[in-house]
Design a protein around this ligand. Structure first.
Ligand code: IMP
Length: 201
């Protein structure tokens, strides 16, 4: 069995994507879904990278494991980068449906050509307080009013990638993983993990 790594998320959508990309590597993956007794930390930082590091170090201190943490979200230019690090709790309800409703409402008066946005993902792997690896990925798109597609999660049905004419919710999981913010950041971490493993064996 390989080195154990805890994936610090309870988000089923993220977990699915992370497991899909990391499949086949010689590491023993688990997630917070296996550890419901650990309370979540307060993510109160201003950037995705800082929040990812906060989460990773917190769960490392709780479990003594190597921890891979992701912090991600949506930046909309016409909303000055909102919802940004507050993407998961943009609406009072904090549900995907509530967040999407608020997004569409706030963009009501904004014409389509000014609805540019991006998903951002910061990943960090820690051992205790030590940062072993970091990566960041982005994907550019525009926000549409009517939801399209039923794959993915979160803001995916409203995030159109103009070069493909598809929302990220209309993409098959493999296609989203090949292009997305998380997929790109994970690909970097995957390569670095392979290099780290090779240099240690
Ligand atoms: P976090 O768990 O604090 O990183 O919150 C991330 C939030 O950003 C999620 O709850 C989603 O609302 C949004 N988000 C992040 N990645 C994606 C994605 O790939 N598709 C759609 N929404 C995403």
């Amino acid at each position: 069995m390989g080195q154990a790594i805890l994936i610090a998320t309870t988000n089923a959508g993220k977990l699915r994507e992370i497991r899909a990309v990391m499949g086949g590597l010689p590491f023993d993956w688990s997630s917070l879904a296996d550890m419901p007794e650990i309370a979540a930390p307060i993510e109160d930082k201003e950037t995705f990278a800082e929040n990812a590091l906060l989460k990773a170090r917190y769960y490392a201190s709780q479990t003594r494991m190597w921890v891979l943490a992701d912090d991600s979200g949506l930046e909309v230019d016409a909303l000055d980068g909102k919802p940004g690090v507050h993407s998961a709790r943009f609406s009072d309800e904090g549900t995907d449906a509530g967040n999407n409703r608020k997004l569409v409402t706030e963009l009501k008066a904004v014409p389509q050509e000014k609805r540019t946005a991006r998903f951002v993902c910061s990943l960090v792997l820690v051992r205790g307080d030590d940062v072993l690896l970091t990566a960041r990925g982005t994907i550019e798109g525009v926000i549409i009013d009517e939801p399209r597609g039923s794959n993915g999660f979160g803001y995916d049905p409203h995030f159109l990638v103009p070069t493909l004419g598809m929302t990220t919710a209309e993409m098959q999981p493999e296609q989203k993983n090949a292009l997305s913010h998380r997929g790109r950041a994970l690909a970097t971490i995957r390569e670095d993990l392979i290099a780290m493993h090779t240099s240690q064996t």
